[in-house]
Design a protein around this ligand. Structure first.
Ligand code: FES
Length: 165
């Protein structure tokens, strides 16, 4: 499907952005970029398009690059269509020492996709790589749609993935 060249922010997205803007001086509109991206991504099935990022830039009176650079820096933003559920397996040092690499391999086998891909039914997006999610005491861990699951075992990860509809 071809994305439209231009996009309009929803009424609710503008409300969210306006609420964020109200917390900062009038000349600091960049402070609302993260909140704007988060809301617009949520409303657009979990990913951002150039047209939506341009609409955010126009609303905040910023250069488009000022929005693109934030969207492409943070791992919580997607700029391509992806599965409904975002699964991030932490592979940083504590989780790696507790078997994260094998859990990644298991998830890839179970879902039939590689890191960075989505299942063909649009159910699950396996994030490319995730840095430390600050739950090292529960390593190995993963995050599903912002919810943490810690002390993973092979059985536990299969159960978590199977429950995602
Ligand atoms: S290394 Fe995985 S949560 Fe910190």
């Amino acid at each position: 499907m071809t994305e439209p060249a231009t996009a309009t922010l929803s009424h609710h997205a503008r409300e969210v952005i306006d609420a964020q803007l109200a917390q900062y001086p009038a000349n600091q509109k960049r402070s609302a970029v993260l909140a704007a991206l988060r809301e617009v991504q949520h409303e657009n099935d979990g990913y951002l398009t150039p047209a939506l990022m341009d609409a955010i830039a126009a609303y905040l009176e910023l250069a488009p690059i000022e929005v693109y650079e934030v969207a492409t820096f943070y791992s919580m933003f997607e700029t391509e269509p992806c599965g409904r559920h975002s699964v991030s397996i932490c592979t940083n040092i504590c989780c790696m020492l507790r078997g994260a690499d094998e859990l990644v391999a298991q998830a890839e086998r179970t879902l039939g996709i590689k890191l960075g891909e989505s299942t063909p039914d649009g159910r699950i997006h396996l994030k490319r790589e995730e840095e430390c999610l600050a739950a090292c005491c529960g390593a190995p861990m993963l995050m599903v749609d912002h919810v943490y699951h810690e002390n993973l075992t092979p059985e536990k990860i299969d159960r978590i993935l199977a429950e995602l509809k």
